[in-house]
Design a protein around this ligand. Structure first.
Ligand code: NAP
Length: 283
C-alpha cells in the first residue's frame, strides 16, 4: 500500500518555520515582509482566494495590503497601482489576482510588475530566468509540487518523469524544475498518443489536466511517485483530482490526495516567495 502524502501537513510545517522566522524579526523590531495583492472587480472565486491569501499572510506574520479596484478600472489605473507598489520600498511581493475582467490584457498587466517583486513567478523575466536556470521567482504551484516530491522522499535525479499537462502555469514549469533536478522528462497533453502506456514508464507522474479521476491504475508504474495537481468539482459539489486516488494507492510509493494535496502548497509557496524577496531586499 502506498502512502497518501498531504500537502496540508507539509504546508503547516513550512508555515510554522516561517512564523518562527518572522516572530524573530518582530522581536528585533525589524520591518516585516509585506505582500501587496491587487484585485480588479468582484469575481466571487477571486474574492475568496484573496481572503485566503490575506488569512495565510496573517497566520505567519506577513503584512498584506489589499488594493481593490472597480470592475471598470482602466489599464492605466491598474498599472498606476502596480507602479506604486513597485516603487514602495516596504512592499516585497506583488500579486495581481487572475483572471482580470474582460478588456484588460493579463500579459500586458503582469509585465508591469517589478520582476524582483513578482512572487507569483509569472513575469516574462522570471519565466526566462526559469528556463535559463538563473535565480528568480518560480511559480507557486510547480514549487509546491517539487516540495511535495522531496517530502515523499523522491529524488528526481536519473528518474523518468511524465508530466501530463503543458500549461505555462503548471505543466511546463514543473517539467523544467524536474529536469533541473536531473529527471528525464516527457510532457504529455491532449494530442499525446497511448497516454497510459507512456505514463507506465514514469517513476514520477505529475498530473495537471483538469479531468476528474482520469488517471487510474493502468497509468501507473509499480512504485511510482504521483502528484495530482487537478482540481475538479463533481455534479454533487465534491472536489476531486485528476487521479483516482483510491484505485492507484496500492500501486504507488506515494500519491497526493485532493483536497488537501497540492492546493495548500500553492499558497504556502506564495508566502515562501514573499519571504525570499524580503530576505533578498533586506540583505
Ligand atoms: P490548462 O491550462 O487547462 O491545461 C490543461 C492541460 O491538460 C493542457 O496542456 C491540455 O492539453 C491537457 N489535457 C487536457 N485534457 C487532456 C487529456 N484528456 N489527456 C491529456 N492531456 C490533457 O490547466 P492548468 O492551469 O494547467 O491546470 C490543470 C489542473 O490543475 C486544473 O484542474 C486546475 O484547476 C488545477 N490547478 C490546481 C492548482 C492548485 O493549486 N492545486 C493550481 C493551478 C491549477 P492541450 O495543451 O493539448 O490542450
Amino acid at each position: 500500500m502506498g502512502k497518501l502524502v498531504y500537502g496540508s501537513e507539509i504546508s503547516a510545517d513550512l508555515r510554522a518555520g516561517l512564523k518562527d522566522r518572522i516572530d524573530g524579526l518582530k522581536a528585533e523590531g525589524k520591518r516585516l515582509p509585506c505582500l501587496a495583492v491587487i484585485l480588479v472587480g468582484n469575481h466571487p472565486a477571486s474574492l475568496s482566494y484573496i481572503k485566503g491569501k490575506e488569512k495565510a499572510c496573517a497566520s505567519v506574520g506577513i503584512d498584506s495590503r489589499m488594493y481593490h479596484l472597480e470592475e471598470t478600472a482602466s489599464k492605466e489605473e491598474v498599472i498606476a497601482v502596480i507602479e506604486e507598489c513597485n516603487q514602495d520600498a516596504g512592499v516585497d511581493g506583488i500579486l495581481v489576482q487572475l483572471p482580470l475582467p474582460k478588456g484588460l490584457n493579463e500579459k500586458e498587466i503582469l509585465a508591469c510588475i517589478d520582476p524582483d517583486k513578482d512572487v507569483d513567478g509569472l513575469h516574462p523575466v522570471n519565466v526566462g530566468r526559469l528556463y535559463l536556470g538563473e535565480d528568480g521567482f518560480r511559480p507557486c504551484t510547480p514549487l509546491g509540487v517539487m516540495e511535495i516530491l522531496q517530502r515523499m522522499g523522491c529524488d528526481p535525479d536519473r528518474k523518468r518523469a511524465v508530466v501530463i499537462g503543458r500549461s505555462s502555469l503548471v505543466g511546463a514549469p514543473v517539467a523544467r524544475l524536474l529536469q533541473d533536478k536531473g529527471a528525464t522528462v516527457t510532457i504529455a497533453h491532449s494530442h499525446t498518443r497511448n497516454l497510459p502506456e507512456l505514463c507506465r514508464e514514469a517513476d514520477i507522474l505529475i498530473v495537471a489536466i483538469g479531468r476528474p479521476k482520469l488517471v487510474g491504475p493502468e497509468y501507473i508504474k509499480e512504485g511510482a511517485y504521483v502528484v495530482d495537481v487537478g482540481i475538479n468539482r463533481t455534479e454533487e459539489g465534491k472536489l476531486v483530482g485528476d487521479v483516482d486516488t483510491d484505485a492507484v494507492l496500492d500501486h504507488v510509493s506515494a500519491v497526493t490526495p485532493v483536497p488537501k494535496g497540492v492546493g495548500p502548497m500553492t499558497i504556502c509557496m506564495l508566502l515562501m516567495n514573499t519571504m525570499k524577496s524580503y530576505e533578498k531586499r533586506t540583505a
